[in-house]
Design a protein around this ligand. Structure first.
Ligand SMILES: Cc1cc2nc3c(=O)[nH]c(=O)nc-3n(C[C@H](O)[C@H](O)[C@H](O)COP(=O)(O)OP(=O)(O)OC[C@H]3O[C@@H](n4cnc5c(N)ncnc54)[C@H](O)[C@@H]3O)c2cc1C
Length: 468
């Protein structure tokens, strides 16, 4: 019997797709950096079926790769002759324990549905990112996704208390605990957070919930430099840290691209500034006067002239419009032509110096390159993206990708940062793992992988570089 016949016996014909044209969308991801190959896309409906599929892959020595919403950006889910296991049918919100502030969900639940279910239960699940309408909780945990509320609530990995995982040999590990305290040995769930499916397939999770914010204030702030923005953030944090929800930053150039390419995107601030910062406050207290607190939080920065101008949104639609401006930047950058991307982090205090030094570096490498820096200032995570020079051929520009990445990542390393802050490693950055990761850490990772997956069938070729 062939693997396909065995999979079809297990799942039925409807849930085993073998014509590559019928699952072309699962063979590449949004940016189209890699195109994969796969003998089949399979769609299990429960954990037991995931386990059975993984066991069959083991018997036939065929690799497998888990697919969530396929919104990853680093080639992590692009199969290399691997069976694609879609989690889309494991999409149930199984239980909300409002008194324990936890929620048990299947891994294929879409992030936006999880957020809505939390609100319906009078609670709040804070993970929020641009792809939330299609990415899945399993994918979020496997990439340890970040997003806009990390400043207050942490990354996806900090929002989970328990996991159920199908291990590479098909065993089901039930670690679905909903405890805040459990010191009984190693924290095994941590192994699977950010593992990008290389150590097994997450099938269920117990998520942490929080009190639902009832009031919000959002300000858009114009500054002359990233250093002024950092000082403003630091000063505002001292005043409002209890309710500080997000701190985003973007260059004047990034904003100009949003206004140029995205319909309706328009800065509410008169005049132009070299740097813009978005601050959000949120409180569970329905009577909190957060606009007033925002003004207080910005007073020192105005007096010190770190802030040139600021607008505090006066209504829900104005809040949405300011956020839409920030969210428009990646799409706008795409419309401007080729871009070379860096998803990096440095200590928050080093962000302005990093942007200054990285800018001189890339301008020296590509004459006329336009730096489109934006990201999560409060987390020290900058998308240091480069837009092609106006008169340069797109492919000629993109040919500089590796050299530029290496130079910027070397700088990040010197500044004690990370060359992959929130999007993961996938296959895009395995060579950087080899170049820049501490050899002892890398060796430990290889040992963990070999111990859990000696046949190297769980998403091979991702995260870890080949060993010499
Ligand atoms: C418009 C846009 C905005 C984005 N914004 C952000 C952002 O702000 N912050 C951020 O961190 N990321 C962001 N991303 C990247 C992406 O959305 C995240 O990495 C997301 O967490 C991926 O979830 P997914 O379900 O789409 O996973 P997929 O793309 O399907 O998979 C990603 C990786 O996880 C593995 N995987 C998926 N499901 C499982 C599972 N159940 N068990 C084990 N492994 C699994 C896959 O094999 C793959 O290696 C953005 C992407 C887009 C397109």
């Amino acid at each position: 019997m062939t693997l396909i016949a065995a999979l079809t016996d297990l799942l039925g014909e409807r849930y085993v797709v073998t014509d590559p044209a019928a699952f072309a969308g699962h063979l590449e991801e949004e940016r189209g950096l890699y195109v994969g190959t796969s003998p089949a896309l399979v769609k299990p409906e429960n954990t037991q079926q995931v386990s059975d599929i993984v066991k069959l892959c083991g018997q036939f020595k065929t690799p497998f790769v888990a697919h969530g919403g396929n919104t990853g950006l680093v080639g992590g889910g692009v199969p290399k002759d691997a069976v694609v296991i879609s989690l889309e049918r494991l999409n149930h919100i199984e239980n909300v324990d409002a008194m324990n502030l936890t929620m048990t969900v299947e891994a294929g639940a879409i992030l936006a549905h999880v957020q809505t279910a939390a609100v319906e239960a009078g609670a709040y699940f804070p993970l929020s990112l641009g792809a939330e309408g299609s990415c899945q909780i399993g994918g979020n945990l496997s990439t340890n996704a970040g997003g806009v509320h990390v400043l207050r609530y942490g990354n996806a990995g900090e929002l989970v208390l328990g996991l159920e995982v199908v291990l590479p040999d098909g065993q089901i590990w039930n670690g679905l605990k909903s405890l805040r305290k459990d010191n009984t040995g190693y924290d095994l769930k941590a192994l699977f957070l950010g593992a990008e499916g290389t150590l097994g397939i997450i099938t269920r999770a117990v998520l942490r919930l929080y009190a639902q914010p009832k009031t919000k204030a959002v300000a858009l702030i114009g500054c002359a430099t990233f250093n002024d923005a950092l000082k403003t953030f630091h000063s505002a944090r001292a005043q409002a840290s209890d309710v500080l929800n997000a701190c985003e930053v973007f260059s004047g150039f990034a904003l100009s691209l949003a206004e140029k390419h995205i319909e309706g995107a328009k800065s509410p601030i008169e005049g132009q500034h070299d740097v813009y910062m978005l601050l959000e406050l949120a409180s569970a207290d329905a009577n909190a006067d957060l606009n007033d607190l925002m003004e207080t939080a910005l007073t020192e920065a105005f007096e010190a002239e770190w802030v040139q101008d600021a607008v505090i949104a006066q209504s829900g639609p104005q809040i949405d419009a300011i956020w839409a401006l920030r969210e428009a930047i990646p799409e706008a950058q795409k419309s401007e032509g080729g871009s070379i991307k860096h998803d990096v982090s440095v200590p928050v205090s080093s962000v302005p110096l990093f942007i200054e030094r990285a800018t001189s570096l890339v301008v020296g490498l590509i004459s006329g390159v336009r730096v489109c820096a934006f990201g999560h200032l409060g987390d020290g995570n900058i998308h240091f993206n480069l837009t092609q020079p106006e008169n340069m051929d797109k492919q000629n520009f993109l040919d500089h990708w590796t050299k530029t990445n290496q130079a910027v990542h070397d700088l990040v390393s010197q500044m004690h940062g990370s060359f992959s802050a929130e999007h993961g490693v996938g296959q895009l950055k395995t060579s950087e793992m080899k170049r820049l990761k501490d050899p002892v850490e890398l060796d430990l990772m290889h040992k963990i992988k070999a111990s859990l997956d000696p046949e190297n069938l769980a998403n091979p070729g991702k995260v870890l570089p080949p060993q010499d």
